[in-house]
Structure formats: C-alpha cells, structure tokens
Design a protein around this ligand. Sequence first.
Ligand SMILES: NC(=O)c1ccc[n+]([C@@H]2O[C@H](COP(=O)([O-])OP(=O)(O)OC[C@H]3O[C@@H](n4cnc5c(N)ncnc54)[C@H](OP(=O)(O)O)[C@@H]3O)[C@@H](O)[C@H]2O)c1
Length: 266
Amino acid sequence: MIALIVAFAKNRVIGKNGKIPWSIKGEQKRFKKLTTGNVVIMGRKSYEEIGHPLPNRDTIVVSNTMNYDSEHCKTAKSLPEAIEMAGDRDIYISGGAGLYKEAMDLVDEMYITEIDMEVEGDTYFPEFNAEDYVKRIDETFDGEIPYSYVTYIKKKGLIGRKVTVTVDRKLGTYHPKHPDIYYPVNYGYIKGIMAEDGEEQDAYILGVNEPVEEFTGEIIAILHRNDDVEEKWVVAPKGSHFSDEEIMRQVHFQEQYFDSYVSKGQ
Ligand SMILES: NC(=O)c1ccc[n+]([C@@H]2O[C@H](COP(=O)([O-])OP(=O)(O)OC[C@H]3O[C@@H](n4cnc5c(N)ncnc54)[C@H](OP(=O)(O)O)[C@@H]3O)[C@@H](O)[C@H]2O)c1
C-alpha cells in the first residue's frame, strides 16, 4: 500500500520558511497512528525540519546531496528508488511539495488534515482534480483552529474496497414517498462518504437475500448515470461475482428511471 499524508490549509499551504506554519495540539495524532510500524518517505528539507528519524517506524529520505543512513533511516536518490527500498511494507509519502506531486499518480489514498483557515506560506500542496476521488470525512475537531481528518480515495481504486452500508430501504419494503417503487434488494448509504450531490454515498447491496440493518462487504461496481450527478455503488459479499447484466437486472427497479451503466472501475 502506498499512500500520501499531509496537512494543508484552506489555500493548500503546507509550509513556510522550512517549517509547518501552524501549531495545533493533537493535530499530528493521526500521522503517528497511521505511520507507526510502517515506512515514511520524505524529502530532505522535511527531514531536516524534524532533524532525526521518527521513532517506531522507518524513514527513507529522498536527497541527492545528503546521506542520512542509520538503523531506521535510509537515503534514496529518487521517489521510485525509495519505494523500491521499502519493499512490501506500507508506505506513507509525507512531503514536501515535489514528492507530493510525484506521488499523486502512484497513490490510491491521500490522508489529509484540512486546516480550516487560510495560512501564509511559501510551499503548497499541488492542485489536484477532486472529481477523481471520493472524499471521506473521518473526524472533525473544533477549537481555535478547527481541522478535519479526511481521506481522499481514488475512484479508480474503489473496486474491492471493504465498506459498511447502513440500510435505510430494506429488501421487501416500498419507497416511503413513491409506493410504486419496491425494493427487491437492500439499499442504503455509506456513513462519512460524501457523494457528488452533497449527500452520503448510496449503495445497492447484492447477494444478501434477507432484510438487513447494516452490511459490510466489498464494492463490486459503480453505477454511473449519464443524466444525473450522482453515481451509485454496488456492494456484495467478499469474493462474490455478478456480471454487468445481472447487476443491471437487480437494480433495474430504480435505475430504469436513469440512463445508467455499470463500471468495474478501470
Ligand atoms: N503540512 C505538511 O503536512 C507538511 C509535510 C511535509 C513538509 N511540509 C513543509 O514543507 C516544506 C518542505 O517541503 P519542500 O517541498 O520545500 O522540500 P522537501 O520536499 O521536503 O525537500 C526538498 C529536497 O528533497 C529532495 N527531493 C525532493 N523531491 C525529490 C525528488 N523527486 N527527487 C530527488 N530528490 C528530491 C531534494 O534534496 P537534495 O537537495 O538534498 O537533493 C530537495 O532539495 C517545509 O516548510 C515543511 O515544513 C509540510
């Protein structure tokens, strides 16, 4: 697994004069939790700011001018070399700006701390197309400087992911406002994942033949709609297989009102 991890301000500032231009008690808790026991890759300047290898994890510094090799710290001359050095372990690319830019094509997940204020700075997180990602809001924090832990998941990497669907339309029930719509499958939403319409992401559950309150399975397909901003996810028990035609047949009760098609992600 290769991910990137960053904290940025509303204007995407990540640094100023070689330092992080805010200090918020507790804000780095998620960084510590996610990276402990794993590999952190960072640029030379980011490493210099910290000044030593991070405890309980391995650090790989990318530099062509310095050498920081010690027991839990290695130096690589490029990002691909650093990734190769890390082998099969979970990798978190943690800045700065150039490494983030290079990493963006490689990672399926971006763990972002969104600092809810504009900050003056000289180093920025690169621009990216938010439409290529699903945004999950993991936790928000109030305080003098509010911030949120969010995860951007690349849409291309969605298939096969484990998710939990909260069912608000159980199999065997009728739509509360449109009694002509009967639910032949369980249908619900995924808490915390925001869809394009600003609501939580909806999902059809296939392969479960009784009404359920909640279901954890994997995303097996995305239903795109040519005539709607929303897309729907299709979730099924791990390892199950449904052809595109079978998926369309099972979701026809609702998708018949839209120009929709199945995508398996690629
Ligand atoms: N908010 C956050 O989450 C966050 C995270 C990280 C950093 N920061 C901030 O960002 C600033 C530092 O970032 P930065 O972008 O200026 O510097 P940086 O990426 O940390 O370091 C730049 C140096 O790293 C090496 N390097 C980077 N990318 C490379 C590549 N693709 N190939 C080969 N070498 C590469 C080069 O070292 P050599 O010159 O030795 O060859 C380069 O001069 C600081 O202000 C820091 O506090 C913030």
